[in-house]
Design a protein around this ligand. Structure first.
Ligand SMILES: *[C@@H]1O[C@H](CO)[C@@H](O)[C@H](O)[C@H]1NC(C)=O
Ligand SMILES: *[C@@H]1O[C@H](CO)[C@@H](O)[C@H](O)[C@H]1NC(C)=O
Ligand SMILES: *[C@@H]1O[C@H](CO)[C@@H](O)[C@H](O)[C@H]1NC(C)=O
Ligand SMILES: *[C@@H]1O[C@H](CO)[C@@H](O)[C@H](O)[C@H]1NC(C)=O
Ligand SMILES: *[C@@H]1O[C@H](CO)[C@@H](O)[C@H](O)[C@H]1NC(C)=O
Ligand SMILES: *[C@@H]1O[C@H](CO)[C@@H](O)[C@H](O)[C@H]1NC(C)=O
Ligand SMILES: *[C@@H]1O[C@H](CO)[C@@H](O)[C@H](O)[C@H]1NC(C)=O
Ligand SMILES: [Zn+2]
Ligand SMILES: [Zn+2]
Length: 635
């Protein structure tokens, strides 16, 4: 099977002239002077708008630094967009569906900023409920905490009446007789008719996630496709199989689900909407199928349009005789087109032929207002200080002034811990895991929402006193040389305790997402450079077009991709200087203590360190750090 990935971007908007995106100041004039999407969306018989990994970004991206204004559309703007698109679908007499691939929890203050006693994303999910989704799938961020899963089961799924799918995820609850029972969180599948009378069979599948909370169950995809209920659900042939799920489209288990269906239905159109890696991605598993992943954080909307007749007839000819034979030729005519659209009001207005005056719907405005009320209720605009510049996770080299990692480990941690420890004045070295941050910090006000968005993880700072200088400085290179993977592997053997092991696995999970994202932008860079080189030699386009495994509108207006720089798995503060420094306090975040101690015992042999040697360095927790730092350094 040929699996080639190709991203498609609607050309970006130049919004740098706007003072602040949060003011929603997109005038008609602005809309005209910025470069608009290069061409209208192509409509087919069945059209699908997709979101994934929204992670609470329902007020859009509100910072003025590029490229954030590109993603400034709010959930209310999106609702207005969908309303108009539904109208256009009726006008064109075609179907328009709406799907989401999960990860609604964990990401911004709107999800994570709830007061004590609250449940993550419970309030923000009320706004999700106001969108006419046809199919939604569960993500791994719905499964880290039982109470979140339970909320999806009790409050979210019932609202969507069979549209919230968890084909391979169960939750254990007490039934009416107070007996413990395992039941699907939502529904296992959905069969429905579109407005135009087409039959659709839909599933919502998640990858083999193992860091889920107790009393939630994720069934391996390989097992799910052998379940009698699954085989039963695919027995009848619909007009379309709609697979929505929380799995990267270019890896993982989609081929397993796909092949299980293909075995029974060699020619039925299958469309796949994946997620989890936070990237825009597109590929075809065969000529009657199309897969799409729509990015993250409400930066992107996916659009797929399929021509049912093309799928059914034209591509019959492309059916490989042996199901395993590879098919490398791209179809001559597209069965469907796929684009990902950047989520902002100008894009939305362009595609719905609306102006600033005619775009907003009462419901859209109400949703944005409701989200702003929620922001106030959670006090998310509380300001700690004003960031003097952008600090990004991967767009500046590490180490450098613009690197968020550098800011955290070289400036913020040493500054803040020094204010609140009994070890004042004693030389120290701090080691933390990269990936302890979730999002960039941009120039301008640094608020409670920014702190929750950038640095949500709650960890303690521990230390071992009086570590010989030579040994302390040898730990970091050894940690990175061994690589995070090796250390994770050892975690279980060494029996560091359940809590730590779980947090390590959680970190690995999130680090994998981050690495996938970085890899994707890296690929984009390489393709861009290859293309720019070809352009210089006057050979632009032909080679690039044949590479395309997803027919339809491509990205014919190349703009420079975001820069991306790798960050090592572990990073450290500046080495303390001075001839008399022979011992230091070795400081680290609690969940890597197993690795740090093991490594310390590898780089020196004079003594054997153990957990008993660690102490709490400061009462300050990692999630408070940036706010405190902004208070002292950015005021
Ligand atoms: C976002 O906008 C900037 C200009 O502000 C542009 O250079 C960039 O290419 C855009 N990025 C994306 C991903 O659309
Ligand atoms: C959840 O798991 C715990 C421990 O495994 C068990 O005691 C408890 O009864 C379970 N809850 C439900 C709803 O079954
Ligand atoms: C249900 O059973 C659990 C233990 O399995 C117990 O803690 C709980 O109080 C019971 N609830 C009711 C309403 O009986
Ligand atoms: C999920 O729940 C269903 C319905 O109760 C049950 O039959 C099935 O065995 C459960 N699956 C798993 C993997 O726990
Ligand atoms: C866009 O809207 C204007 C004004 O309502 C209308 O005259 C025009 O025909 C529309 N264009 C398209 C392509 O629908
Ligand atoms: C307005 O939003 C609130 C929640 O913020 C919701 O309860 C209400 O139904 C909405 N009204 C309309 C007309 O959409
Ligand atoms: C030290 O940090 C803790 C936790 O944030 C805080 O409660 C306490 O007030 C701080 N003490 C000082 C002196 O800043
Ligand atoms: Zn995600
Ligand atoms: Zn995920």
């Amino acid at each position: 099977m040929t699996v080639k990935a190709m991203t498609r971007l609607i050309p970006a908007l130049l919004l740098s002239t706007l003072a602040s995106a949060s003011q929603q100041s997109f005038s008609v004039e602005n809309a005209r002077i910025v470069s608009q999407p290069s061409r209208p969306l192509q409509w087919g018989d069945i059209n699908i708008i997709s979101t994934t990994d929204t992670h609470g970004w329902l007020l859009g991206h509100e910072k003025a630094s590029a490229p954030e204004p590109n993603y400034s559309g709010t959930w209310g703007d999106y609702a207005s967009f969908v309303h108009h698109m539904k109208g256009l679908a009726v006008e064109k007499d075609v179907d328009l569906l709406l799907v989401d691939s999960g990860d609604l929890h964990d990401g911004t203050g709107l999800t994570d900023g709830f007061p004590p006693g609250g449940v993550d994303a419970q309030d923000s999910n009320e706004f999700f409920k106001q969108m006419p989704y046809d199919v939604l799938a569960i993500g791994n961020h719905e499964l880290y905490k039982y109470e979140n899963t339970l909320d999806m089961h009790r409050n979210f799924a019932p609202h969507f009446q069979g549209r919230y799918l968890s084909s391979n995820v169960n939750i254990t609850v007490f039934d009416v007789n107070n007996k413990s029972v395992s039941v699907p969180v939502g529904s296992r599948f959905r069969k429905f008719q579109t407005r135009k009378g087409r039959s659709v069979t839909a599933f919502g599948v998640i990858f083999g996630f193992t860091t889920n909370d107790v009393n939630t169950t994720v069934q391996p995809v390989d097992d799910m496709v052998q379940e009698p209920w699954f085989l039963d659900a695919i027995a009848d042939e619909p007009d379309l199989f709609l697979l929505v799920g929380h799995m990267p489209i270019a890896r993982n288990k989609w081929p397993v689900v796909f092949e299980a269906i293909r075995k029974v239905h060699p020619a039925t159109p299958i469309v796949i909407f994946g997620g989890h890696l936070h990237i825009r991605d597109c590929l075809q598993l065969d000529g009657r199928s199309m897969s799409l992943a729509s990015g993250r954080y409400m930066e992107t909307l996916g659009w797929m349009s399929t021509h049912a007749s093309c799928m059914a007839s034209r591509f019959l000819a492309h059916l490989p005789q042996a199901s395993t034979s590879s098919q490398t030729t791209a179809p001559e005519t597209s069965p469907s087109t796929v684009v990902t659209s950047t989520a902002n009001r100008i894009t939305y207005q362009y595609h719905t032929n609306r102006t600033e005056e005619t775009f907003d719907t009462p419901q859209g405005l109400n949703i944005t207002r409701g989200l702003e009320d929620l922001r106030d209720r959670f006090d998310l605009t509380y300001q700690y200080g004003v960031a003097p510049r952008d600090y990004t996770m991967t767009r500046a080299p590490y180490p450098s002034e613009g690197s968020l990692q550098t800011l955290i480990v070289e400036e913020a941690i040493p500054t803040v811990l020094a204010l609140n420890t009994t070890r004042t004045g004693i030389p120290s070295l701090v080691i933390i895991s990269a990936g302890s941050q979730r999002f960039d910090i941009y120039k301008g006000p640094f608020t409670k929402n920014d702190q929750l968005t950038a640095s949500p993880f709650v960890n303690e700072f521990l230390y071992i006193p009086d570590v010989p200088f030579e040994a302390a400085t040898a730990v970091l290179p050894e940690l990175n040389r061994a690589g995070a993977e090796r250390l994770w592997g050892q975690e279980q053997e060494e029996g560091e305790g359940e809590g730590e092991e779980r947090q390590m696995r959680l970190w690995r999970q999130e680090r994998a997402v981050e690495k996938g994202y970085v890899e994707w932008i890296g690929d984009m860079q390489r393709r861009y450079r290859a293309r720019a080189g070809a352009a210089l030699q006057g050979e632009l386009t032909s080679g690039y077009v044949t590479e395309d495994s997803c027919p339809g509108d491509g990205d014919d207006v190349p703009h420079e991709p975001l820069p991306v720089y790798p960050v090592p798995d572990f990073i450290a503060s500046r080495t303390p200087e001075g001839v008399d420094v022979d011992k230091v306090d070795l400081i680290f975040v609690d969940f890597i203590r197993g690795q740090v101690i093991r490594t310390l015992n590898e780089v020196q042999r004079t003594r054997v360190y153990s957990m008993a040697d660690t102490r709490v360095y400061s009462p300050v927790l990692t999630n408070e750090l940036l706010g405190i730092y902004a208070g002292v350094a950015w005021n």
